[in-house]
Design a binder for this molecule. Sequence first.
Ligand code: HGY
Ligand code: MN
Ligand code: MN
Length: 425
Amino acid sequence: MSEMNAQTGDRKTSPLGEAIVGRINALATISQDPGNLTRIFLTSEHRAAAELIMGWMREAGMNAHLDAIGNVCGRYEGERPRLPCLMLGSHYDTVRDAGKWDGPLGLITAISCVGDLNRRGRRLPFAIEVAGFADEEGVRFASTLLGSRAIAGTFKQSVLATRDSTGKSMREALIEFGLDPDHIGAAARIRGELLAYIELHIEQGPVLEAENLPIGVVTAIAGATRLAARLTGMAGHAGTVPMALRRDALTGAAECISKIEELCRADDAGLVGTVGYIDAAPGATNVIPGEAHFTMDIRAPTDDHRKRAVGEIVRQIEAIAKRRTLELQVEVTHENRTVPCAPWLKEQVAAAVAAEGYPVFELPSGAGHDGMAMVDIADVAMLFVRCRGGISHHPDEHVDMADADAGARVLLRLIENFRPQEAGG
Ligand code: HGY
Ligand code: MN
Ligand code: MN
């Protein structure tokens, strides 16, 4: 579909980019706060977004339904009914005060590609399914990839007991949303039903921009460990307790946070650590905090490196707590191994990139993605679309329309040329 203008060498864009940006903007209006974009699992915004996306799926010639955990699932039949599928997808939940591209770009692009096939009456020797995952970010319940884990059949019943910041359990939230927490297993798919899982996503980093390239081929998705820490000291009067006699949980947390930053900064092999959430109790200006909670998100290019770093961080914060006579509880809330993209699929992604006239450039993903869960039932590949300024998880996150278009053309070519892996291959 790509055409070059012979005189100027300019690439004409297909209408896919424009349609994708229109839908990205439409979906971004569904937010719990009018001034920014926040769309959280099992809320009324989740439902409104699901309805909108399922409408787009049906318009694109797919059957669409909401599954047992609130994923939107679309299916475009192949040349015959009930063929195994190539699954495409991404998530439609967001972080708080999010950008509008992280997740929806891959989902909307996949739907647009199916719509293009449908308009041309094109059926393939396999079905195409598009999965819109209900929760990838894990904002509400600390455990991430809930939607894709349900599809992969690895959703843990124990997470139903986790509570959001208002004290509501996931089990209660599912029931309120109209879903049955005891039937999440119904969302699970089995390996033979999927030929592969492929996800297009905004890069969320600065590499493609620096390379002056719209598209990249992902090599692997880096693993991550998330932990929650609780420090307990002694609450007291801000005016009467001398500094030396205090057991202030919040200053203890502050020291731990600085130590995490120091350890990660001292590592020159790609270790990154983030404390993205903190709170203190009882939470009054004139009361010494008796309790503090904070989260940690630790990532590194290899699983060994990350595990060693997590061990060291926990040892160091234990030492800080001990010196300050604070009690410390640390819990691992989430752990994902590094997931390599399958070589046979990566080759097909690279071939589609080259066929659309772009240099093939490979890069790893520092961010987590639903492929980390989907790998349990299918081989996984990803392609990245350039991100302006490397900014993501921020309202300034941006993809140019021409790049969205390039992504769609590459994905469409990839779908049309897709060949399942040969048995035993
Ligand atoms: O946190 C992540 O890497 C992803 O954006 N959820
Ligand atoms: Mn994200
Ligand atoms: Mn994402």
